[in-house]
Design a protein around this ligand. Structure first.
Ligand code: HEM
Length: 335
């Protein structure tokens, strides 16, 4: 999934894919691809790098410097040779006058978008797939919707995404429920204005005063599992809690902080939603996913063991399954 989400971001941010062809920019493009992939792989395989030894910090630093230099060449090349590509880099280069971004700002933003986007989306997909395998009844529920939609429209590249996206109510519920319990970002750090106190409104209308220049740690995991908001079964994965009369309940959606809120909320929210749903529709339209029990273990036992492995996740750079090798799934073609 990491590979898939990296490939999508590479195309969206830098306009690079396997069909990019050979031209004068190929050496720079290829170097950018190689350096970024190596860096992200290093972080994903060793998310605890901050506690790593001197050796891992040295290779982290060297890899980071490599990216800096290759991104510098790439942005400079694209500024000198304007391209018709519809990617994030072109949008940033086309900003004018007061909004014009320096090369350095563009390089940092490109890196930030790819860094912030690749693991978050990949991990969300992984949790969704494992949970659908653990709970086959919810998989059947969501597949019913997909089959219903695609009995009217053929599944191909030309379909207008909005028609499909708006109708994927159950799959969105599965995504929201997964992000509620297994969101990649479990806490958000914010600081109040240095000059004045600020207030937070509580759900009952009362207000909490927070003094100026206070560091506030918002634990989204706690907000997402509080029984006052989510009921007695707050810790259970129940996708239909997001629906009211077969529609997504917008009030509930407002209580999800998975993409944060406010001026520093995730700018990749819609992008990640689209990517996640597109991958799952493509997979589930053709195949179903199942937990594979070890010899001598019943399916029910294997499903609850897999759920335990998922619950035993740890927040590093993003949320990680501690022992993913303990979960075995099989994709089977749907007849
Ligand atoms: C399911 C997928 C995703 C989730 C749950 C998610 C969640 C978040 C959260 C919670 C933040 C705020 C972090 C903080 O303030 O500490 C954030 C920031 C950010 N995200 Fe995402 N994200 C996702 C996917 C993406 C994607 C695909 C992109 C890029 C295309 C992206 C780009 C960014 C950027 C650039 C920021 C920094 C914004 C800023 O500091 O102003 N994210 N994301």
């Amino acid at each position: 999934m990491i590979r898939l989400s990296f490939t999508v971001l590479l195309k969206a941010c830098l306009g690079l894919d396997d069909n990019s062809g050979a031209d004068a920019a190929s050496p720079i493009n290829n170097a950018a691809k190689t350096h970024l992939e190596a860096f992200f792989n290093m972080i994903s395989r060793n998310p605890d790098i901050r506690r790593g030894g001197r050796k891992s910090l040295v290779s982290f630093h060297a890899s980071h410097q490599g990216i800096q230099s290759v991104m510098e060449s790439l942005v400079k090349y694209r500024r000198d040779h304007p391209s018709s590509k519809k990617d994030l880099l072109s949008s940033m280069l086309s900003s004018q006058d007061a909004h014009m971004l320096s090369n350095e700002e563009i390089e940092s933003n490109l890196f930030l978008f790819m860094f912030a986007g690749h693991e978050t989306t990949a991990n969300t997909l992984v949790y969704m797939i494992y949970l659908l395998a653990v709970f086959p009844e919810w998989q059947t529920w969501v597949v019913q919707e997909i089959d219903q939609i695609f009995s009217d429209v053929p599944l191909d590249n030309k379909m207008p995404y909005k028609d499909i996206f708006n109708r994927l109510t159950r799959l969105k519920a599965v995504m929201h429920e997964t992000l509620r319990l297994y969101g990649p970002v479990g806490n958000l750090l914010r600081r109040t204005s240095p000059d004045h106190d600020q207030t937070i409104s509580r759900i009952d209308g009362s207000e909490i005063l927070i003094p100026a220049n206070t560091l506030v740690n918002i634990i989204t995991t706690a907000l997402h599992t509080h029984p006052d908001y989510w009921g007695p079964e707050a810790l259970s994965w129940k996708p239909d809690r997001w629906l009211s009369s077969d529609e997504l309940d917008s009030e509930k959606v407002d209580h999800l902080f998975a993409w944060a809120e406010g001026p520093r909320a995730c700018p990749g929210r819609k992008f990640s939603q689209l990517g996640t749903l597109a991958v799952l529709v493509t997979l589930l339209h053709q195949s179903s996913v199942h937990i594979v029990p070890k010899p001598g273990v019943s399916l029910e036992e294997a499903q609850s063991e897999a759920l335990e492995v998922l619950q035993n996740s740890r927040s590093l750079l993003t949320l990680h399954i501690e022992q993913p090798q303990k979960i075995h799934v099989r994709w089977c073609p749907r007849i």
